[in-house]
Design a protein around this ligand. Structure first.
Ligand SMILES: *Cc1c(COP(=O)(O)O)cnc(C)c1O
Length: 231
């Protein structure tokens, strides 16, 4: 598959105008195609598979900001903790504890987004509001136990559906949680390891809708790289 350069130019212009960060989702795409997009100026790339990410990180320019965007198993955190830029998709306190532990070993602070379950489909990972609340409360109450992580915001995936009103209402739900919890991080209640400023929602099929609904980070793969080769 080839990088669609004119599509990239169009999308990056549209996103820059709205101050939305583009994460180019490069899972299953070749290092050559990633390099091509890097040469066009792209620096944020998203990957879903730990081994694949570690391999690509070794081969590609070191100033790439690698986002881990899928479901991450705790026992695999150590393979990406030395370099990962943002772990999107933290969906348990157990995982957050492991990220903190591995980050400490390399003297880093790893930035994370908490993944919220918004789609009605059962298969998608993510937290409900009570679980989100528990994680944020824990981290804010014991900042000394979480000195190697920083919670930057929330991430969610809406249903894959043609029913735009359903997709929109899922996005609205995520945005309202984001607003609620980001307002808790105003200077008054400032905590050193949790300030929600990033809302990652929107993919190839629904990113325009997501931006209308308040997203400031989108994760776009197939629209930029073409269809993914099978895993
Ligand atoms: C694969 C993936 C994307 C990108 O999907 P496209 O439809 O190709 O844009 C975005 N977010 C996550 C979490 C993904 O796994």
């Amino acid at each position: 598959m080839a990088v669609d350069e004119s599509k990239y130019a169009e999308i990056i212009q549209e996103l820059n105008a709205r101050k939305v960060t583009l994460v180019a989702v490069s899972k299953l795409q070749s290092a050559k195609d990633i390099k091509r997009m890097y040469e066009l100026g792209q620096r944020d790339f998203g990957e879903n598979y730990v081994q694949e990410l570690a391999d690509k990180q070794g081969q590609l320019p070191q100033d790439i900001r690698w986002h881990f965007i899928g479901h991450l198993q705790s026992n695999k955190v150590k393979f990406i903790s030395p370099f990962v830029h943002l772990i999107q998709g933290v969906d348990s306190l157990k995982l957050l504890n492991e990220i903190n532990k591995q980050a400490k070993k390399t003297g880093r602070v790893i930035h994370c987004l908490l993944q919220i379950h918004i789609a009605q489909e059962e298969t998608k990972f993510g937290l409900n509001e009570a679980e989100l609340d528990e994680i944020i409360t824990t981290v804010q109450e014991k900042p000394e136990d979480y000195s190697n992580i920083f919670i930057d915001g929330l991430m969610g995936m809406a249903s894959f559906s043609d029913d735009l009103e359903k997709v929109r209402s899922e996005m609205k739900m995520l945005k309202s949680l984001f607003d609620k919890y980001s307002s808790l991080s105003t200077p008054d209640s400032y905590r050193e390891n949790c300030q929600l400023s990033t809302l990652s929602m929107g993919m190839s099929g629904d990113y325009k809708l997501a931006i209308e609904e308040g997203s400031n980070m989108v994760r776009i793969g197939s629209l930029l790289f073409g269809a993914r080769p099978p895993k």
